[in-house]
Design a protein around this ligand. Structure first.
Ligand SMILES: Cc1cc2nc3c(=O)[nH]c(=O)nc-3n(C[C@H](O)[C@H](O)[C@H](O)COP(=O)(O)OP(=O)(O)OC[C@H]3O[C@@H](n4cnc5c(N)ncnc54)[C@H](O)[C@@H]3O)c2cc1C
Length: 476
């Protein structure tokens, strides 16, 4: 191998960056370093604590992954048990202030749902199967080697003897996640002053997995969205079908409205939401786990692409670059889109091309912009959000997003635009196409739905589950 690249972290961002490097530069040896010992199957692990919570893989994310893996990724995930869900026809969603979305005979925008553990495992397996130039090692990265002009490797601890304490590399990608020490690492090699913005609505996520009740296997993904418009803490819940005939049930509450972690409190919290459907679905279902809680949910953005000084051969991707309130389900897709940019730029210019890292950072910033504006425009409205004084641009984005969502409840044109933007298959200007714009200005052409649009078979399932939960033997 003529060149060596180091990827810091074997989470989804690191695996996808390694796939991009190995495919675009097959002559490069790619070492992925992670402080965890990686499980030999779909298991949760310490380094990815958010993995116990719902992880929706939006269309923008999985279509970017298709580019990185021979034979694609969607088929592999579905074969492993993941579910594919149409946002237009396979989802029940209650909006904050416009009732339920109508369901459309339209399968245009789809997402993939499974546990994060399954996703990481399938991606890791595919990567190692297709790339003979990639290896994964246990090591904790402690800092960068190099200077403000160029990075030449990483300093590590806890590594196997093959690696030692310094790993020299021609290219380094930091995908060490939300807790990345990259600002300190950069300061240590003489790169300071990177601008950072943090907007934190204090979201707490509480998640529990249940066995899907018999007969409810085809029940749609069901979601009660949080309300950012009423001046009160946001509260939401979702039932997400995942592999192994299970439901992942997640409740989320912003500062002052946090869900509790005790089983009774968790269920009560869900029943207290504006509609009882989620509570009715799960009240009698068999829980398979405790309630897991996460508070690592703030939006944090580091503007590396604007830094006046940037070392050659260093890239930052995934959560190490930007994190988003997970309620919008965008982090993994932004990481995947960044990896696809890396792949395309590398294939065109090669690893040693001057300015390559800055070019990829600038491309990645476009995807970050879309996800950031979706998340922040809403989060700044919740009470006690930290770092979130709404700018004029935030306010305009909020008004437009609210009207688009209201229109999307009953207009397929508006719904398609909304789903394309939230799935990251299109940027915000997608909403300005004539059909979507007209619907946004005119409002929903269909009547407001105050109850979920259930098919007769689904209504029977819900009725049966409600009755079963009322029986004395029902378990909470
Ligand atoms: C509660 C919650 C729910 C979420 N839901 C969704 C969702 O529905 N959809 C979605 O797209 N995104 C979601 N996200 C975001 C998603 O989890 C992240 O965007 C994604 O994990 C980013 O991947 P990553 O590889 O950058 O970081 P991570 O997946 O966090 O991986 C980082 C890796 O780096 C390793 N590491 C850390 N430091 C070091 C070091 N110094 N040396 C070596 N290794 C190191 C860790 O062990 C880990 O393996 C959610 C996040 C949270 C918190």
């Amino acid at each position: 191998m003529s060149q060596k690249a180091v990827v810091i972290g074997a989470g989804i961002g690191g695996l996808l960056a390694a796939a991009a490097l190995s495919r675009a530069a097959p002559e490069t040896e790619v070492l992925v370093l992670d402080r965890d010992v990686l499980p030999d199957g779909p298991e949760d692990r310490r380094g990815v604590p958010q993995g116990r919570h719902a992880h929706l893989l939006m269309a923008g994310g999985w279509s970017a992954m298709e580019t990185l893996f021979e034979g694609g990724m969607r088929e592999r995930l579905l074969e492993a048990g993941a579910r594919e869900i149409s946002l237009g026809s396979g989802m029940l969603a209650l909006t904050p202030d416009a009732g339920w979305f109508h369901r459309y005979r339209w399968n245009g925008s789809r997402m993939i749902t499974c546990t994060r553990a399954l996703l990481d495992w399938v991606v890791r397996d595919a990567l190692l199967a297709q790339a003979t130039n990639v290896s994964i090692h246990r090591a904790t990265v402690e800092g960068l080697i190099g200077d403000a002009r160029r990075v030449r490797g990483v300093r590590v601890s806890g590594a196997d003897s093959v690696l030692g304490t310094q790993v020299e590399a021609d290219f380094v990608v930091d995908t060490s996640g939300r807790g990345s020490h990259n600002l300190r690492w950069l300061r240590d090699i003489g790169v300071g002053g990177v601008e950072e913005r943090k907007v934190d609505c204090g979201l707490t996520n509480a998640t529990r997995i249940y066995r899907t009740p018999a007969g409810a296997e085809s029940f749609p993904l069901t979601m009660l969205q949080a309300n950012p418009y009423n001046g009160r803490p946001g509260r939401s819940a979702m039932v997400l079908p995942i592999e192994g005939n299970r439901w992942m049930v997640s409740a989320g509450g912003t500062r002052g409205g946090e869900p509790p972690s005790d089983p009774q409190g968790f269920l009560k919290y869900i029943f207290d939401l504006p509609h009882p459907i989620v509570g009715r679905l799960i009240a009698g279902a068999e829980p398979l786990t405790d309630v897991a809680v996460s508070r690592s949910t703030s939006n944090v953005r580091r503007y590396f692409e604007k830094s006046p000084v940037w070392p050659e051969r260093l890239l930052v991707m995934g959560d190490a670059l930007a994190t988003f309130n997970p309620a919008y389900g965008q982090g993994m897709s932004v990481a995947a889109l960044g990896a696809r940019d890396l792949f395309r730029t590398l294939r065109e210019h090669g690893v040693s091309s001057p300015g390559l890292a800055r070019r990829v950072l600038q491309d990645a910033a476009r995807h970050v912009d879309t996800a950031w504006s979706t998340a922040v425009a809403m989060d700044v409205l919740y009470p006690d959000t930290k770092g979130g004084t709404p700018t004029l641009a935030d306010r305009l984005a909020t008004v437009f997003a609210r009207r688009l969502t209201q229109a999307a409840t009953g207009s397929l044109q508006a719904a398609a635009a909304l789903y394309d933007i939230t799935s990251l298959t299109a940027g915000p200007t997608r909403a300005l196409r004539p059909g979507a714009l007209l619907a946004t200005l005119n409002g929903s052409p269909l009547p407001r739905l105050t109850e979920p649009p259930l098919l007769p078979s689904e209504r029977r399932v819900l009725q049966r589950l409600t009755e079963a939960a009322a029986q004395p033997h029902a378990t909470p």
